[in-house]
Design a binder for this molecule. Structure first.
Ligand code: SF4
Length: 763
C-alpha cells in the first residue's frame, strides 16, 4: 500500500517551480502491493495523463503516474489517483439484460445481440437505415470509434451518428475548422513551459484538468513568471492567481473578446507581416471590433474598463501567449464565434506554430478527440469534408463500398436533432454507448419523455445501470478502461495506448467486441462480398485506422502499438516527416485551408449557414488562416421579472460527467456528495438565504432543489454542478439539466447550458 500524497486534501500537490523543463513528480496510490504494472493513461478528463495500472491477483489495486510521459511528468490528480476504484464496484453490469414490461430479465449475449440485429434489420427494411441512430461517448477508444464509424457510415449508411462530444467539444472542432481549415490543436502542452502569458477563457482548468493547472502553478511559482488573464464569471480557483480576472455577464463573451481585440489593434500590438502573409479577413475584423470601446464593453458585459485595458496590455504585448478555451465559451451564446476570436488573437499577433504560443481549444471528454478524428460523432474519418466528393471517394475506395452508401447528401445529424427525430418517430432505434443523456442533455423532462417512448427501441451499453440504461430495451454490459486495450488522444494530440490490465467482470465485453459482433451478425459486406470490417483485434483496427488517417492532419501512420509502449505518449501527426510526432502545427504559417484539403467550407458565424464550395473558393483562402469576425448577438433567454436570475452549470473537481464512475469512489463522493446552488452574498441577502438552506431554482423547463452555497460569484448569477442525477438518490430533482435550455450554437450545434433564466425560493 502506498500513497505518495493526499490528493483529496491537496488537489494540486506540492510546487516544483520551473521555467523550460518541468520537473517530474511521481504521484502514486495503491491499496495493495501489486504483482505487476500495466501501461495506460487516465480517462477521467481530456488531459490524458500517462499512468501505470497496479494489478494484484487479477484486480486493479492502484495507479502511478508515468514520469517519462510528456503530458504529466508523473503527476496525477484526485480523479486519476482514485477513479480506478469504480472498476471494482460491486454494482457493475455483468450480464446482458432485456426489458420485459417494467423489469429487466437476464439474457445470454446471443439472445441480446440477436434481438438487436433482428430489430435493426426489421427497422432498416421497413424504414431505411435513416431510422437507426447512434449516440456515443467521449470515453471509448480510438479502435472502437473507428469500428463504429465504419459500421454506421459504410455498413448501415445512417447520417444519424453523434456523441456526447457534441455537449463538450463540438465548438472546439468547429472553431479550429473555421479558422485553420481542419480540426487539430495548433499547440502543445509544452508551450506552457516557456510562455510569457496565459489567457484562460471560460475554462476552469484548476478543477477540470488539475494536472495541467499544476503545470501552470509551477510556472507561476518559478522564474520568469507568466502573466495570467482569467475570463470567467465565477470566482474559480484560478482567478485567485490571476493578474487580471475578467468576469463578464453571461452571454457576452464576444463583447469582451471584441473589446480586447479592438484595443490590441488600436495600440498597434499586431504583426502586420504575419497578417499579410498568412491570414485573410483582418479588415473585416478591424471593422467589426471598432465599435467595441471599453465604455461599451463595460455597459454590455459589466467588465470594468481598467480591467479590460490591463488584460489587453498583457495579451497585446506578451512575446508569447498560450490561450485555453472551454465550456464557458462552448456552452454559451455565440460559442463558435467567441472561440474564433481567441484564434484571431493569436493570428493577428502572429503567435502560433512555435514554442510558447499554443491555442488550446480544449476538450471536456477524455477521448473526444478520437470520436472526432474517427468519425463516430458525425464528422468524417480523418477530418474529411462532407461537402468534398473527392473525400467521399477516398473513403469509398478505402472501405471498398459504393460512395452512395456513405451519407454525405446533407450535414450529419447533431445530437439534439437525433433526439428530436426520436421524439418525432422517424428514428426508431437508438443505440447509446458509454454515456448518460438522461442526466447530461439539456431540458431533462423532455429527454426522459423521448427515451421512454414506446416506439423507440433503445439499446444502451454501459458498465453501470445508469439513469439512461434504466430506460433501455436492451442493456449490454461493457468492459471499461483497464479491462480492454486501445488508444486515446488528448487535447494536445498526444496518443496513448492503454493496455488491458484485468479481465472485465462477469460476461461484460469491450465496446470493440460488441461492435464487431454486431457487424458480423448484420453481415455487412464490401463491394466484393468480403466482410466490411476486416479487423479482429484492437491492434488490427489501429493498423486500419493508420491507413485511413495517412495524409490527413491526424496522421497516425508512423505509430505502432510497439512504439506507443514503454515510453511517453506520442503526438500526431506521426509519419515519415515526423517519426516522433510533431509538437506544433502550422510552423510554416501554411494552414489546412486548401479547398481540396480542408474539412469544411465554413459557416456564417451568426446564422450557421454553410458556405458553398464556390463561395469558399471565391475567397481563395488556400493556405491562409481565416480570420472570422463576429458582432454581438444577445442571448435568446434573459432574466426578466418572473425569472430574474441567470443560472450557469459546470463541474466540481472531484467528479466527472454524470458521476457514473466517480460517484462510486468513496473518497471522491465523500468530498462532493450533493449538488449545490452557488449564490452571491448580495442575492443571498436579498432572498434571506443562509449557507446550506435548501433552495429551489426554477426555469421554464423544470426545477432543482439543492443547498445554497454562498460565494463571491457575481450578483445575479447562480451555479449548479451538472454531475448529479438519480441513480443513487431520487428523492428530489437535483440534476442541473432539469432547468437548462436546449437551443444551440448555430455552427457547432453545442447546447447553451450556460444560459438559463431562473427564479429561486427557499424550500
Ligand atoms: S488531470 Fe485529468 S487525465 Fe490527469 S489525472 Fe486528473 S483526471 Fe486524469
Amino acid at each position: 500500500m502506498a500513497e505518495s500524497r493526499d490528493s483529496i486534501a491537496d488537489i494540486w500537490g506540492p510546487r516544483t517551480p520551473y521555467h523550460r523543463a518541468w520537473p517530474t513528480r511521481a504521484d502514486e496510490r495503491t491499496v495493495e502491493t501489486p504483482d505487476r504494472w500495466v501501461q495506460s493513461a487516465c480517462v477521467l478528463c481530456s488531459n490524458g495523463c500517462g499512468l501505470d495500472i497496479a494489478v494484484k491477483d487479477g484486480k486493479i489495486v492502484g495507479v502511478r503516474g508515468r514520469s517519462e510521459d510528456r503530458v504529466n511528468h508523473g503527476r496525477l490528480g484526485p480523479k486519476g489517483l482514485h477513479g480506478w476504484e469504480a472498476n471494482n464496484s460491486s454494482d457493475r453490469l455483468k450480464v446482458p439484460l432485456i426489458r420485459r414490461g417494467n423489469r429487466f430479465i437476464e439474457a445470454s449475449w446471443d439472445g441480446a445481440m440477436n434481438l438487436i440485429v433482428s430489430q435493426s434489420k426489421n427497422i432498416r427494411d421497413r424504414h431505411t437505415s435513416s431510422a437507426i441512430g447512434f449516440y456515443t461517448s467521449g470515453q471509448l477508444f480510438l479502435e472502437e470509434y473507428y469500428t463504429l464509424a465504419v459500421i454506421g457510415k459504410a455498413g448501415l449508411g445512417t447520417p444519424h451518428m453523434d456523441g456526447n462530444t457534441r455537449l463538450c467539444t463540438a465548438t472546439a472542432a468547429a472553431a479550429l475548422k473555421e479558422s485553420f481549415g481542419t480540426d487539430g490543436q495548433p499547440g502543445s502542452y509544452t508551450d506552457l513551459d516557456t510562455t510569457d502569458a496565459i489567457f484562460d477563457v471560460g475554462h476552469n482548468m484548476a478543477e477540470q484538468q488539475t494536472v495541467l493547472w499544476t503545470r501552470v502553478l509551477d510556472r507561476l511559482a518559478g522564474p520568469r513568471r507568466p502573466k495570467l488573464v482569467i475570463m470567467d464569471p465565477r470566482p474559480i480557483p484560478a482567478a485567485k492567481e490571476a493578474d487580471v480576472h475578467l468576469a463578464p455577464k453571461p452571454g457576452t463573451n464576444v463583447v469582451v473578446l471584441n473589446g480586447l481585440l479592438r484595443l490590441i489593434i488600436q495600440n498597434g500590438w499586431i504583426s502586420r507581416a504575419y497578417i499579410d502573409a498568412h491570414t485573410m479577413g483582418f479588415e473585416d475584423l478591424e471593422r467589426t471590433v471598432a465599435k467595441w470601446t471599453p465604455e461599451l464593453v463595460e455597459r454590455i458585459a459589466d467588465v470594468p474598463q481598467r480591467k479590460l485595458h490591463a488584460a489587453a496590455e498583457i495579451l497585446g504585448t506578451a512575446p508569447t501567449i498560450v490561450s485555453a478555451v472551454l465550456q464557458g465559451v462552448y456552452q454559451s451564446m455565440q460559442a463558435t464565434a467567441a472561440a474564433c476570436q481567441v484564434n484571431n488573437l493569436h493570428l493577428i499577433r502572429g503567435l502560433i506554430g512555435r514554442d510558447g504560443c499554443g491555442v488550446y481549444q480544449m476538450n471536456g471528454q477524455p477521448t473526444a478527440q478520437n470520436a472526432r478524428e474517427c468519425g463516430a460523432d458525425g464528422d468524417l474519418p480523418g477530418f474529411r469534408n462532407w461537402s468534398n466528393p473527392t473525400h467521399i471517394e477516398e473513403l469509398a475506395r478505402l472501405w471498398n463500398v459504393s460512395r452512395d452508401i456513405i451519407p454525405h447528401w446533407a450535414p450529419p445529424t447533431h445530437a439534439m436533432q437525433i433526439f428530436r427525430y426520436c421524439e418525432q418517430g422517424s428514428i426508431k432505434m437508438l443505440w447509446i454507448s458509454a454515456t448518460n443523456p438522461a442526466v447530461s442533455l439539456p431540458n431533462l423532462p423532455r429527454i426522459r419523455r423521448i427515451l421512454d417512448q414506446e416506439d423507440l427501441f433503445l439499446v444502451v451499453q454501459d458498465a453501470f445501470m445508469t439513469e439512461t440504461a434504466a430506460r433501455a430495451d436492451v442493456v449490454l454490459p461493457a468492459a471499461i478502461w483497464g479491462e480492454k486495450t486501445g488508444c486515446f488522444t488528448n487535447v494536445d494530440r498526444t496518443v496513448h495506448l492503454s493496455h488491458q490490465a484485468v479481465e472485465p467482470p462477469g460476461e461484460a465485453r469491450s465496446d470493440f467486441d460488441i461492435f464487431l459482433d454486431y457487424a458480423r451478425l448484420m453481415d455487412f459486406r464490401d463491394k466484393d462480398g468480403a466482410a466490411l470490417i476486416k479487423w479482429r483485434t484492437p491492434e488490427e483496427a489501429f493498423e486500419a485506422w493508420k491507413v485511413c488517417s495517412k495524409g490527413r492532419p491526424c496522421d497516425y501512420s508512423g505509430m505502432t502499438y510497439a512504439k506507443l509502449t514503454g515510453g511517453s505518449g506520442i503526438q500526431w501527426p506521426c509519419n515519415e516527416q515526423f517519426p516522433d510526432g510533431a509538437t506544433h502545427l502550422y510552423t510554416d504559417g501554411v494552414y489546412n485551408t486548401d479547398p481540396q484539403y480542408c474539412e469544411t467550407y465554413g459557416h456564417d458565424l451568426d446564422t450557421g449557414a454553410q458556405l458553398t464550395p464556390q463561395q469558399y473558393r471565391a475567397h481563395n483562402p488556400t493556405g491562409r488562416a481565416i480570420i472570422k469576425a463576429a458582432d454581438y448577438i444577445p442571448p435568446f433567454e434573459e432574466p426578466d421579472k418572473v425569472y430574474p436570475l441567470w443560472l450557469t452549470t459546470g463541474r466540481v473537481v472531484y467528479h466527472f460527467h454524470t458521476r457514473t464512475k466517480t460517484g462510486r469512489v468513496q473518497a471522491l463522493e465523500d468530498k462532493a456528495p450533493e449538488a449545490f446552488i452557488e449564490i452571491s452574498k448580495a442575492d443571498a441577502l436579498a432572498y434571506n438565504i443562509q449557507n446550506g438552506d435548501a433552495i429551489e431554482a426554477r426555469s421554464r423547463r423544470g426545477y432543482v432543489v439543492a443547498p445554497a452555497k454562498i460565494t463571491d460569484i457575481r450578483q445575479g448569477l447562480l451555479f449548479i454542478p451538472f454531475h448529479y442525477g438519480y441513480w443513487d438518490d431520487n428523492s428530489h430533482p437535483r440534476a442541473a439539466n432539469e432547468v437548462t435550455r436546449e437551443d444551440w450554437d448555430p455552427v457547432s450545434k453545442q447546447p447553451h447550458y450556460k444560459l438559463s433564466a431562473v427564479c429561486i425560493r427557499k424550500v
